[in-house]
Design a protein around this ligand. Structure first.
Ligand code: UDP
Ligand code: MG
Length: 314
C-alpha cells in the first residue's frame, strides 16, 4: 500500500526531544491519515537518541530509522531521508520541536489544493540569539541579491514536497547540498503557510557558526557565479587604478620634476593588493574544492543500519 505521507526528521543529539516529538507528530498526522511513515535519520548522535528511536520503532511499525556511521550534517541527513521515503508527499521537519508538527495538516491541505511544494514560512523566531537572527537575515538578503531565481526568505527546510519534487531532488547529485535553493531551482507550483518558530525544547543547536558559514558558502557557490564575476571586476578596476597611478608617477617625475617617494604608500598599496589577491584565490578555491568534491563522487553518506527495506513494495 502506498503511503500517503512520509515525514523526514534529521536527528543529532535530540534524546530529550524525541519522545515528545513523536507524540506530537502522530497526533498531528492522524488527523488526516493513518497511512504514514516517520523516517528518523540518526546523524551520528553522541547521546542516546538512537536508543530512543529503536524504542519507537518497536512500538510502532510506521517508525523507520536510518542510522549513519558518523555525523554527516543536517542537509545530508535530510537527503538520505528523501532518498528512502516512499510517501505520495513528504514533509521535512527539524527534530528539536522548533518546527511545530501541528502545522503539518495545514501544509497537507495546501498540497491537496494542488501545490507541489508547500513551505512553512516563519513569522517570528523565538529564543534564538540576536547574532543568529541577524546573520541569518543578512544571509537571506544577500543570497536573494546574487541568485537569479527566487529562494524564499525566512524559511528553513520545514516544508512539504510532492513525490515528483522528491524524485527530482534525488536526481540532483551534488555533494554540497543546499536543499532550499535546490527546491527553488526545481520550480513546480509552490506556496507557503505562516507559522511562529518556537525555541528549541531541549539540548543545544547542532548548527555551530562554523556549520552555518559552510552552509552559506555552499548556498552561494551552488547557485551563483557572481563572486567570480566580482573578482574579475575588482581585478580590472585595480589594474586600471594602478595604471593611472603609474601615469601620474611618470608625469610627476618628468614634468613636475618631483619624484614620488614614500615607504608608507608602498606598504599600504602592496598590502591592499595582497589582500584582494588572497580573497580572490579563496573565492576561486571554494569553487574548485566543490568541483573536487563532486569529481571524487563518493557516496553522500554511509548507513550503519536501518529498518527500511528499499525493495519493499509498501
Ligand atoms: N542536525 C543534524 N545534523 C547536524 C546538525 C543538526 O541532523 O550535524 C539536525 C538537528 O537534530 C535538528 C535539525 O538538524 O533536527 C536542525 O538543527 P539545529 O536545531 O541544531 O539547527 P538550528 O535550528 O539551530 O539552525
Ligand atoms: Mg533548531
Amino acid at each position: 500500500m502506498k503511503k500517503e505521507i512520509s515525514i523526514v526528521i534529521p536527528i543529532y543529539n535530540e534524546q530529550d526531544n524525541i519522545a515528545k516529538l513523536y507524540e506530537r507528530l502522530v497526533a498531528s498526522i492522524t488527523n488526516f491519515t493513518k497511512v504514514y511513515e516517520l523516517i528518523f535519520i540518526n546523524d551520528g548522535s553522541t547521546d542516546n537518541s538512537f536508543l530512543e528511536l529503536l524504542k519507537l520503532s518497536e512500538i510502532n511499525d510506521k517508525v523507520y530509522y536510518i542510522n549513519f556511521s558518523r555525523n554527516f550534517g543536517h542537509q545530508i541527513a535530510v537527503s538520505a531521508g528523501l532518498n528512502m521515503c516512499r510517501g505520495k508527499c513528504t514533509v521535512i521537519i527539524d527534530g528539536d520541536l522548533q518546527d511545530p508538527p501541528e502545522i503539518i495538516p495545514q501544509l497537507y491541505s495546501e498540497y491537496k489544493k494542488g501545490f507541489d511544494v508547500v513551505y512553512a514560512k516563519r513569522k517570528k523566531r523565538e529564543g534564538e540569539t540576536f547574532l543568529k537572527k541577524i546573520t541569518s537575515k543578512l544571509f537571506y538578503r544577500i543570497l536573494k541579491r546574487i541568485t537569479p531565481f527566487e529562494i524564499p526568505i525566512d524559511t528553513g527546510d520545514f516544508r512539504l514536497l510532492d513525490r515528483k519534487v522528491v524524485l527530482a531532488l534525488n536526481k540532483m547529485s551534488e555533494q554540497n547540498k543546499f536543499l532550499r535553493g535546490q527546491i527553488a531551482w526545481l520550480g513546480f507550483k509552490q506556496t507557503h503557510v505562516l507559522f511562529n518558530r518556537n525555541s528549541r525544547k531541549h539540548g543545544k543547536s547542532g548548527y555551530s557558526y562554523g556549520k552555518m558559514f559552510r552552509l552559506a558558502i555552499d548556498a552561494v557557490t551552488s547557485f551563483s557565479d557572481r563572486p567570480l564575476a566580482f573578482v574579475t571586476r575588482i581585478g580590472f578596476l585595480i589594474s586600471f587604478l594602478s595604471f593611472l597611478v603609474i601615469l601620474f608617477a611618470i608625469f610627476s617625475h618628468f614634468v613636475l620634476k618631483q619624484t614620488i617617494t614614500g615607504w608608507t604608500s608602498l606598504i599600504i598599496s602592496s598590502m591592499f593588493i595582497g589582500g584582494i589577491q588572497l580573497l580572490s584565490i579563496g573565492i576561486i578555491g571554494e569553487y574548485i574544492s566543490r568541483i573536487n568534491n563532486n569529481v571524487k563522487n563518493r557516496p553522500l553518506y554511509i548507513i550503519e543500519n536501518t529498518n527500511i527495506r528499499l525493495d519493499d513494495s509498501e
